[in-house]
Write a protein that binds this ligand. Structure first.
Ligand code: M6R
Length: 361
């Protein structure tokens, strides 16, 4: 069943271009986004997004999209906090629950809390027959296929893709994105599987970086804007399967504490496409280099040209419009964790102490 791969995780990372192409086929019909008509974001006051673990990081990324593309205020919380916090929820809002398994106990409890309080309960799930899907008004499948590895990979990029499509729809519904711009975004979406393939072809150089990461005790991941949640996800992936201590930070937070950790033994992974915030991230990166931190810069050709000098390693990914970058940049973060774990010889698909689906709180 591993189709020649050493681990399910490797197979699932490699499958991403194919499953994403399936999801695009399902959700993009010509110039339209194909979701049930009852989903209408035009006059909503707010969105609330709730999930656990990796799915929560997909929600955090989506906050950047819903706010910037649709001007829709968006609250994100982890389910175990949300369910007990007694959060007020405006009636004229949707609550969106994201879960690969659809059976995560805290996320299901959070969904039950939100019922009757909001206009619609929406879920984004990989298992359409799951409890979370069944208890929602609208369940949107991510179409990732079965995910076996405990570390979520293809489900994450499919969750991100469905969330980005919803944010584009919200932007269109709310008059912020016109027909032509929407059509252009959908065209770019269709190029993503190809760009993912190009990114996966860099696996050998990522494995070299990972072999060095495997020797570290602590690793930091930095990103700004929508790359910040990806920094959190990169750190989670590395912790889960390689047991290396890793933290994700918003680059701008570096000076507020974590820079104290930097020395020559600390690899710092900087996720920085050449976007509007690039220069700010680069100046944070230079502060790390001045303290002899080992920078792994993940960027695009322009970013590598402008800032690649003096890093420990630079990985160059294909150029992509900024809103799509978190989906593409997830792949090297996954591969870095995977190869670090392989180098350490840990049980990649069944890491210690973890279960695929957390059905008790
Ligand atoms: O099935 P769910 O998406 O609800 O699971 C949520 C988390 O338990 C899950 O994402 C977990 O953090 C993964 N092990 C991450 O790789």
């Amino acid at each position: 069943e591993k189709a020649g791969y050493k681990h399910f995780m490797a197979k699932e990372i490699a499958e991403q271009p194919i499953v994403l192409a399936d999801a695009i086929k399902h959700y993009c019909r010509g110039r339209q986004i194909n979701v049930p008509d009852e989903l209408d974001f035009s006059t909503l006051d707010r969105l609330t997004l709730v999930a656990c673990g990796t799915a929560n990081y997909a929600c955090l990324t989506a906050k950047y999209w819903f706010e910037s593309l649709a001007g829709l205020p968006c609250e994100v919380d982890i389910a175990s906090e949300f369910r007990y916090r007694e959060p007020p929820m405006p009636e004229n809002s949707y609550a969106i629950f994201v879960s690969q398994s659809g059976e995560t106990a805290d996320t299901l409890a959070a969904l039950r809390y939100a019922k009757e309080k909001v206009a619609k309960i929406v879920s984004i799930v990989n298992v359409p027959t799951s409890s979370i899907a069944r208890e929602s008004d609208v369940a949107l499948p991510i179409l990732a296929g079965v995910e076996v590895g405990v570390a979520s990979t293809k489900a994450f990029t499919c969750q991100l893709s469905v969330l980005l499509l919803l944010a584009l729809k919200a932007g269109h519904d709310r008059g912020r994105i016109d027909d032509k711009t929407l059509a252009d975004h959908l065209k770019t979406f269709a190029t993503l599987p190809g760009l993912m393939n190009q990114t996966l072809s860099r696996e050998a150089s990522i494995a070299v970086m990972a072999a060095a990461v495997a020797e570290a005790q602590d690793v930091l991941f930095l990103g700004r804007g929508a790359m910040f949640p990806l920094a959190l996800e990169g750190a989670l992936k590395l912790k889960e399967i390689s047991y290396i201590h890793a933290e994700g930070y918003a680059s701008g937070e570096l000076k507020h504490g974590p820079i104290a950790l930097i020395d020559k033994n600390v690899p710092v992974v900087v996720l920085a496409p050449r976007d509007a915030l690039f220069d700010k991230t680069v100046s944070n990166m230079q502060e790390v280099m001045a303290r002899h931190g080992k920078v792994i810069l993940i960027t695009d050709p322009k970013g590598a040209e402008e800032a690649g000098l003096g890093t420990w390693k630079t990985l160059t990914l294909p150029e992509i419009p900024a809103i799509f970058a978190p989906i593409l940049y997830a792949l090297p973060a996954q591969l870095l964790a995977y190869h670090a774990a392989v180098a350490k010889g840990t049980d990649v698909d069944q890491p210690r102490n973890l279960a695929k689906s957390v059905t008790v709180e």
